[in-house]
Design a protein around this ligand. Structure first.
Ligand code: ADP
Length: 307
């Protein structure tokens, strides 16, 4: 079995109007991962998902889903994906059980198996009691669960959710988070697009940030958060440094002979640094925060997405 639920190499998408929506993207998502794809509006998230789910044609590149090439093993690749789009797109007048069953039929399951699979999914998502209701009678949270039940009916390995909690209240958001964690713990690989860092942080093991069609960060959530915990300071000294600085535990660079840039984890003490400097006869005149690169990146991302 493939080690990767998703493997993308050199993926490009140029729309007819010459907009480069994806620019030579490489990305790997391991089996069992809970992966966040974060980025502001217009970054290229929907284009990427569209290509994975074969709704959009790529311009160039290779995409493998569970080891299956989407060009040469189209049906096999497609059957490994369950997509939960952002907008509700079911028939509001059809009973739930029929909505889920017809999706199973779409994946070529025979009637009896489709019936059993639909029951299993509706049970798992707490909707079996409502099977004869129509979506009009459901709460917002239930409608979202119906979208997930439908996406899972053909038992795909990879579940892709496009902004699953956009515009939902905090209560539904939390219960969605719990539900998705459970689905992941039970073995499904999940890719989630979002522009909420908090959502990605609570749920995901790994994260890629996409901006302007480029992957600008691709790392583990832990590594990203550790970087976010780092802070840089600029220290202005009274006199030029004459000897080599001895502050071995600290990451620093000399900007000039009277200015030091120091980077430290937010749990590390500035007090100890000052004592070390004092011992070497170095007096600090003033200190200024230098916002770190990743903070700047996130500020830029959120300001873009709010515009
Ligand atoms: P996101 O989902 O991250 O908001 P999209 O993938 O929708 O981003 O868009 C990426 C870029 O491609 C944007 O500049 C957008 O305007 C452009 N784009 C998206 N769809 C089309 C289309 N059908 N035709 C032309 N340009 C498009």
């Amino acid at each position: 079995m493939s080690e990767h639920a998703l493997k993308i190499n050199g993926l490009n998408k140029v729309y007819k109007n010459k907009v480069i929506a994806l620019n030579n993207i490489d990305l790997e998502v391991k089996m069992g991962d809970f992966f966040a794809l974060l980025g502001p509006n217009g970054a290229g998230k929907s284009t990427l998902i569209g290509i994975l789910t074969s709704l959009i044609n790529k311009t160039a590149g290779k995409v493998r889903i569970m080891g299956c090439d989407i060009d040469t093993e189209f049906s096999k690749a497609k059957s490994q994906i369950g997509l939960v789009p952002q907008e509700f797109n079911f028939n509001n007048f059809e009973p739930l059980v029929e909505i889920v069953k017809s999706q199973a039929g779409y994946f070529g399951m025979d009637k009896r198996i489709a019936g059993d699979a639909s029951e299993e999914c509706l049970q798992k998502l707490g909707l079996w009691e409502k099977r004869k209701s129509t979506p009009r009678e459901l709460s917002g949270g239930m409608k979202r669960r119906l979208m997930i039940a439908r996406a899972l009916v053909h038992d795909p390995q990879l579940l892709i959710l496009d902004e699953p909690t956009a515009g939902v209240d905090i209560e539904i958001r939390r219960s969605m988070w719990e539900l998705l964690s459970k689905i992941n713990e039970n073995g499904k690989t999940i890719i989630l697009t979002t522009h909420y860092l908090e959502e990605a942080e609570s749920l995901c093991k790994n994260i890629a940030i996409i901006d302007n069609g480029n992957i600008i960060v691709d790392t583990s959530m832990r590594a990203l958060l550790e970087k976010l915990n780092e802070e840089s300071f600029i220290l202005y000294l009274k006199k030029p440094i004459s000897e080599k600085l001895k502050i071995p535990e600290y990451q620093f660079r000399l900007i000039d002979e009277k200015t030091i840039e120091i980077t430290l984890n937010t749990d590390k003490s500035l007090y100890k640094l000052f004592s070390l400097l004092n011992e070497q006869g170095i007096e600090v005149l003033s200190i200024k925060n230098k916002s770190n690169r990743l903070e700047e990146l996130f500020l830029k991302l959120t300001s873009n997405s709010n515009s």
